[in-house]
Structures are given as structure tokens and as C-alpha cells.
Design a protein around this ligand. Structure first.
Ligand SMILES: Nc1nc2c(ncn2[C@@H]2O[C@H](COP(=O)(O)OP(=O)(O)OP(=O)(O)O)[C@@H](O)[C@H]2O)c(=O)[nH]1
Ligand SMILES: [Mg+2]
Length: 309
């Protein structure tokens, strides 16, 4: 590792990548609350769905810092123009360092290519490895190639969720840290990869396809309807996140693979501007619609669903 920071004429970009739900937003919020965070640190966040849930979560944790959301697609494949516009906007501000959350379906090396942009220098790709699901995901016939490619494209691995799988070991030559390491944030902020031009040789030739669809909630539902909705989604659904209003209160919902977490909003927490769920699945749009329709039947009359992809 080289400690020297990028040229003072260009703004360094640190990419935070990793598969859906690996813990990227959690890590970025930890970075933003780090007392030693240099002034002028801005965050770009690419969420795959059409509601940028992560932008709201990160904005909530940022102390008036610059946070720009990029939604409605993955920056590595479809919305690189939006990235250029966001970088132009950042160039006009007093920004010293950009931290960018890639979408969970992005290839970090592809985003790295887009970060060679006038006035900016990509500094490192930090890739989150979810200790609780990495081994199984690597073997998965649909998503395995992407999960392995994301790990191979890292300059620094951060192993998250070791609390859920304490015996986990990542057998990779790339340097690695635990998300609980006391020097984690300092190390991430300083990590710099020297680009020898070979990084992009690691790009996938055929990336698996994913779809994001949004369920916009129009009426309050029973809590057990929410449980039924989450429990009945098909196997192709990889990630669900958002906020849902129930008769017991508003829940922040996060489902990664089969593990769902629902956290009730406290009375003093701000009410989300949009209620609904972003649902991300591999394969085509039908596979999501079908599994939502099955689940939705359990709550018929209470839920109105609108889909967008
Ligand atoms: N037990 C445990 N849960 C974690 C850890 N890190 C993150 N999580 C949880 O994992 C879920 C997903 O975390 P996020 O930080 O939103 O993951 P992400 O990679 O940003 O997700 P996407 O942007 O949707 O790809 C949330 O419910 C987190 O609270 C960890 O170290 N341990
Ligand atoms: Mg995120």
C-alpha cells in the first residue's frame, strides 16, 4: 500500500463496493460519524431502485455534508452520464475526497473506469464481504460469478457480519480488515491503489441481470401482512429495503437473502418522505411481480402495488 494521497490537483474517489446487503451503507455511515473525518468529504450513493433509500439513510447520518444520490440504475452499466453530472457538480464545491457507494450489483472495476474523469482520480476499491453469506453466494449459479468478480476486483476487503459467522475466513491475497477493526476508517480513507492498467482485465464478460421494482404503499397495513409479504417473496429476490406503515407504527425494513430485519421508527425520528419497498431480484421483471402477487394476495384489499423497473 502507498500512503501518499492523490495529486492535489485532482479529487480522490474511494469506491465502496460489494454485493447487495453486504454492509456498504452501514460502513459509509460509520465513516461519516468518524471524529477524524477530514472536512470536505462528500458522498455519492448509487442505489439500484427508483427510490434512493440509501441516500436518505446516509443523509440522516451526515452532518450537513454533501450527499448526492444516483438512482434508477447501476452506474457500472446504465447511468454513467448521471455520474459525470454529479462529478461536475462536486467539482464546483469545496470537496477534498469523494466516497462513492456503488450499487450492490455493480462491478467495482467498471465504476473505477468511469472515475477517470477530469479533476478526479480513483483511489481504491474497498469491497465489503458479508461473512454470513459470501461462501454460499459464491456457489450460487445465478449470482456466483458477480460475487466472485466483485471480490476479485477489490484492493482492500472489509469483512462484515463476522458476528453472524465468527469462524469465517476469506482466502484471498488482497489485504483484508474486519468491519470491527479499530483502524478501519483511517485505513480506508488512506488506502491508495497504484493503477497499472491491468485492473480492468478482471471485468466479467457476462454479468447476471437484475431488476429492481418498487412497491409504493398507499394504505396502512397490518404488521402480519408485512411479515407475510416478506416471507413469501421468491428465491430470486436478493434484497428488500424501505419503510412500511403498519397499524403498530412505521418500520424500517431490510431483508438480505432470507434474513429480514424490521426496526420500528421511534416517535422522535423523522418520518420517511416515501413509504414503500424496493425489491431487487435476479432474472426478469416477471419473477418479482409473480412473487409479489403471491405475497400480495395475503394482504388483499390493504395494499396497492405499483411496479416500476
Ligand atoms: N449482524 C450484522 N448486520 C450488519 C452488519 N453490517 C450491516 N448489517 C446489516 O445488514 C443489512 C444491510 O446493510 P446495508 O449497510 O444497508 O448494506 P448495503 O451493502 O448498503 O446494501 P445495498 O445498498 O442494498 O446493496 C442491514 O440490515 C444492516 O443493519 C454487521 O456487521 N453485522
Ligand atoms: Mg447500501
Amino acid at each position: 500500500m502507498s500512503d501518499s494521497v492523490a495529486s492535489s490537483h485532482s479529487i480522490p474517489i474511494t469506491l465502496i463496493g460489494g454485493y447487495l446487503g453486504a454492509g456498504k451503507t452501514t460502513l459509509i455511515n460509520k465513516i461519516l460519524s468518524y471524529p477524524g473525518l477530514p472536512p470536505g468529504t462528500a458522498v455519492l450513493v448509487n442505489d439500484f431502485g427508483d427510490i434512493n433509500i440509501d441516500e436518505s439513510l446516509i443523509r440522516g447520518a451526515s452532518n450537513d455534508g454533501t450527499v448526492i444520490g444516483l438512482s434508477n440504475g447501476c452506474i457500472c452499466c446504465s447511468i454513467s452520464n448521471d455520474l459525470s453530472k454529479a462529478l461536475d457538480e462536486l467539482h464546483g464545491l469545496e470537496v477534498e475526497h469523494v466516497i462513492m457507494e456503488t450499487s450492490g450489483v455493480a462491478e467495482p472495476a467498471r465504476v473505477w473506469q468511469h472515475c477517470h474523469y477530469p479533476g478526479f482520480t480513483p483511489m481504491a476499491c474497498v469491497v465489503l464481504i458479508d461473512a454470513s453469506s459470501y461462501a454460499a453466494r459464491c456457489q450460487d449459479k445465478y449470482v456466483g460469478s458477480l460475487v466472485r468478480a466483485q471480490a476479485a476486483q477489490a484492493h482492500l476487503h472489509v469483512v462484515s457480519k463476522a458476528d453472524l459467522n465468527p469462524g469465517f475466513e476469506l482466502h484471498h491475497l488482497t489485504p483484508q480488515l474486519s468491519s470491527q477493526d479499530p483502524d478501519l476508517i483511517e485505513t480506508i480513507l488512506r488506502w491508495q491503489h497504484v493503477d497499472d492498467g491491468t485492473f480492468t482485465d478482471l471485468l466479467l464478460l457476462n454479468k447476471p441481470s437484475f431488476r429492481a421494482q418498487t412497491w409504493y404503499q398507499e394504505e396502512t397495513i397490518a404488521r402480519n401482512s408485512l411479515d407475510a409479504l416478506l416471507n413469501n417473496l421468491g428465491k430470486s429476490v436478493q434484497r428488500v429495503k424501505g419503510w412500511v406503515d403498519t397499524f403498530e407504527g412505521i418500520y424500517k425494513v431490510s431483508k438480505v437473502g432470507s434474513v429480514a430485519t424490521m426496526t420500528k421508527l421511534k416517535d422522535n425520528e423523522p418520518r420517511p418522505t416515501i413509504l414503500g419497498l424496493v425489491i431487487i431480484a435476479y432474472g426478469d421483471a416477471c419473477s418479482i411481480s409473480e412473487s409479489i402477487e403471491q405475497a400480495g394476495a395475503l394482504a388483499s384489499g390493504q395494499i396497492t402495488m405499483t411496479f416500476s423497473s
